[in-house]
Ligand binder design. Structure first.
Ligand SMILES: *Cc1c(COP(=O)(O)O)cnc(C)c1O
Length: 354
C-alpha cells in the first residue's frame, strides 16, 4: 500500500523547555491514518496534518469500546533515532485485534509506515536525558450504528507525543495500593489485550488509591483476589531471596515487552533466576516480615522501570528496601535504558535505527 503524504502548512513550535514535557499532552505536526472497510480491507493510508477526527456520535467505539492501542518510544541516540522492539508492538496489536474482532493489520506495513512518519517528524524527538517521542498506534471502530456488533469500518492511526520522565517524581520509588475489592480482569476476559475497556474498569480503584496517597494500584487475580497480577500500566516483579518473581502469562495480564526484556536481562546478563509463577500477596507480606522481600519494581514502556518503595494491603503497610530503589532494579534500569539510548551494546538485537 502506498502512503500519500499531505504536509502540514503551518508547523507548531517545538517545546522550548524539555524539562516540562510531562506525558502525553503535546502532539507533533503529522499523524498516520489508514482506513478499513469490509470488502475493501485496509486502504487509503495517509500521513497528514495532526487534527481532530470527524466521527458520527453513533460510532461503535464510543458506545461499545471496540478499540485497541499500543505504546512504544523513539529515542534520540548518538547513532540516530532508535526504536525498541517495535515489531513486537505490532505483533501484540494483532493479538489484541483478534480478541476484539478487529481486522488485523499488516505488521510489516505498519512498521514501515511508522518509520516513514518518524522520518518526517524526527525533529520532534527530544534531546534531553530521559526524554523520548512516545508513539501511540490505535485502532477504532467507526461504523455509525447503535446495535452491538463488530464494526465493518475502522481507522488505524498513529500519533506522536514528545515526553519527559513518566512519573512527576522521576525515578523515585512509588507507593502502591493492593486492590482487594475491585478486579481488573479474569481468565477468559480481555486482560491480555491492550484495550480501553481494561482501563475504564480500573479507573475507580485508581481514584480511590490516589485519594489515600498511593500512585498506583496493584491488581490481584479476578477469581480469588489472592495472587498478584500487574500494576496500572505496568507488569510487576518481586525480588525474594535472590530470585525474581513475576505473574505468568495466563490471559489476565498484558504481555509487556519491557517485562520480557527484563526477564531476559535478569537471566542472561545478571544471572538471576526468574520465576514466572503465581505468587500470593499473603506470601509476599510474610516474606517481608521474615526479611526475604528485597526489591519490588514495575515495568512498562512509559515508565521503563519504576521502583516500588511501599505497599498497602488490607490494614498492613510495608516499606521495601527502606523505601529506596534496590540494586538489581538499578542495574536493570541502567542496562535497559543503556540499550535504548545507544550507550550499551544491543546484545539481543532489540533496537532498529530509522
Ligand atoms: C502497556 C501495558 C503494560 C506494559 O507493556 P510494555 O510492552 O512493557 O509497555 C503493562 N500492563 C498493561 C495493562 C499495559 O497496558
Amino acid at each position: 500500500m502506498q502512503i500519500k503524504v499531505k504536509p502540514a502548512e503551518n508547523l507548531k513550535q517545538k517545546p522550548q523547555d524539555e524539562s516540562k514535557l510531562g506525558f502525553g499532552r503535546l502532539f507533533t505536526d503529522h499523524m498516520l491514518t489508514v482506513q478499513y472497510k469490509a470488502g475493501i480491507g485496509w486502504h487509503n493510508a495517509e500521513i497528514r496534518p495532526y487534527e481532530n477526527f470527524s466521527l458520527s456520535p453513533a460510532a461503535l467505539v464510543f458506545h461499545y469500546s471496540q478499540t485497541i492501542f499500543e505504546g512504544l518510544k523513539a529515542y534520540r541516540t548518538p547513532d540516530g533515532i532508535k526504536l525498541f522492539r517495535p515489531w513486537d508492538n505490532f505483533k501484540r496489536m494483532n493479538v489484541s485485534a483478534r480478541r476484539l474482532c478487529i481486522p488485523e493489520i499488516d505488521e510489516k506495513f505498519a512498521l514501515d509506515a511508522l518509520v516513514q512518519l518518524l522520518r518526517i517528524e524526527q525533529d520532534w524527538v527530544p534531546h534531553s536525558e530521559g526524554t523520548s517521542l512516545y508513539i501511540r498506534p490505535t485502532i477504532i471502530a467507526t461504523d455509525p450504528y447503535l446495535g452491538v456488533k463488530a464494526g465493518e469500518e475502522y481507522i488505524f492511526y498513529i500519533i506522536l507525543s514528545p515526553v519527559g520522565a513518566y512519573y512527576a517524581s522521576g525515578l523515585e520509588p512509588v507507593d502502591i495500593y493492593v486492590e482487594d475489592e475491585y478486579v481488573r480482569s479474569v481468565v477468559g476476559g480481555m486482560g491480555f489485550a491492550k484495550t480501553g475497556g481494561n482501563y475504564a474498569a480500573s479507573l475507580i480503584a485508581g481514584e480511590l488509591a490516589h485519594k489515600m496517597g498511593y500512585s498506583q494500584v496493584l491488581w490481584l487475580d479476578g477469581k480469588e483476589r489472592k495472587y498478584v497480577e500487574e500494576v496500572g500500566s505496568m507488569n510487576i516483579f518481586f525480588k525474594i531471596r535472590g530470585e525474581l518473581f513475576t505473574a505468568p502469562l495466563e490471559g489476565t495480564i498484558l504481555a509487556g515487552i519491557t517485562r520480557d526484556s527484563v526477564i531476559r536481562l535478569a537471566k542472561e546478563v545478571f544471572g538471576v533466576n526468574v520465576r514466572e509463577e503465581r505468587l500470593a500477596i499473603a506470601d509476599i507480606f510474610e516474606e517481608h516480615e521474615k526479611g526475604g522481600l528485597e526489591e519490588v519494581f514495575g515495568t512498562g514502556t512509559a515508565a521503563v522501570i519504576s521502583p516500588v518503595g511501599g505497599m498497602k494491603w488490607e490494614d498492613k503497610v510495608i516499606r521495601i528496601n527502606g523505601g529506596k530503589m534496590g540494586e538489581l532494579t538499578r542495574q536493570l534500569y541502567d542496562k535497559l535504558t543503556g540499550i535504548q539510548y545507544g550507550r550499551e551494546e544491543d546484545i539481543f538485537g532489540w533496537t532498529m535505527t530509522i
